[in-house]
Design a protein around this ligand. Structure first.
Ligand SMILES: [Zn+2]
Length: 267
């Protein structure tokens, strides 16, 4: 063989493998890694370090284990007096675990709905007191948003929270470090139903979730959207038909053997 061809062969092979991987990614309808992550060297480093699902340094959960067919249904912005009880009844009837990220202000307004979610055995988590964008706040204000929400969930249900999701899933290093110092894991998402618009149809919500679900998916839904309530039975049945089991976010962290942040001692 021509020596120049022999020298170039490994490079051509590597380029072909990389090209094939990129093509496979582009054609995969179930892909859950967005393009900005593929192109980000920081994300490649996280992947290489094995912290792309859960990063203990930041106490940030981005997805569950991709090796087991488990997904987490998460519902933000409750407790909602109109649809919360119906969402809980559907989940209960179908035996599906779920995690509810509650807004403290609404827990104070509708403690009965929060109590119902707790009594039905769902996981309750912290979605701040006022549902403000956290990166704009000072560290002590972020801490206050989390503490007051936790206090109100505790007052209504007797439970404390260890998971938080920032409103709009907007966070930066400051938000992550304040949350971690208070003992919280910050929970992101991988499949968004885009169910926050009032005119979203239940068909759209159902298809979007069923098309994008993958092992380890954290599915972001809202409990105050009629389209989501209408789509929920078919979402649960459809995911089961694809072979997925439902777990809480805490169970997802257990599966990853995640090193959780220490809870601060306090009153
Ligand atoms: Zn929210």
């Amino acid at each position: 063989m021509n020596p120049r061809i022999r020298k170039a062969a490994p490079l051509v092979g590597a380029a072909a493998v990389l090209g094939g991987a990129l093509l496979g990614w582009a054609l995969d309808p179930h892909r859950k890694v967005p393009l900005h992550k593929i192109l980000s060297p920081a994300e490649w480093v996280r992947h290489w370090r094995g912290v792309d699902c859960y990063d203990p340094a930041q106490a940030l959960l981005e997805e569950g284990s991709p090796d087991v067919p488990e997904v987490a249904l998460t519902f933000d912005d409750g407790p909602d007096p109109r649809y919360g009880p119906e969402v809980a009844a559907i989940l209960k009837q179908k035996g599906a675990a779920a995690t509810f990220f509650l807004v403290g202000r609404r827990v104070k307004q509708f403690p009965d709905v929060a109590r119902l979610l707790a009594a039905d055995g769902f996981e309750l988590a912290n979605h701040t007191y006022n549902h403000q964008s956290l990166p704009a706040l000072k560290p002590h204000e972020i801490a206050n948003e989390l503490r007051v929400c936790d206090r109100d969930i505790w007052a209504a249900t007797g439970r404390h929270t260890t998971l938080m999701r920032p409103p709009g899933v907007q966070y930066n290093d400051k938000v992550l470090s304040v949350a971690k110092a208070l003992g919280y894991v910050t929970v992101s998402w991988t499949v968004g139903a885009r169910d926050y618009d009032a005119d979203t149809s239940s068909d759209f919500v159902r298809e979007r979730v069923l098309d994008r679900a993958a092992p380890g998916a954290i599915i972001l839904l809202h409990q105050d959207t009629p389209a989501t309530v209408a789509a929920l039975p078919a979402i649960i049945d459809g995911l089961r038909a694809q072979g997925f089991r439902f777990v809480t976010v805490s169970q997802m962290l257990d599966r990853l053997h995640a090193a959780l942040p220490a809870r601060p001692a306090g009153p």
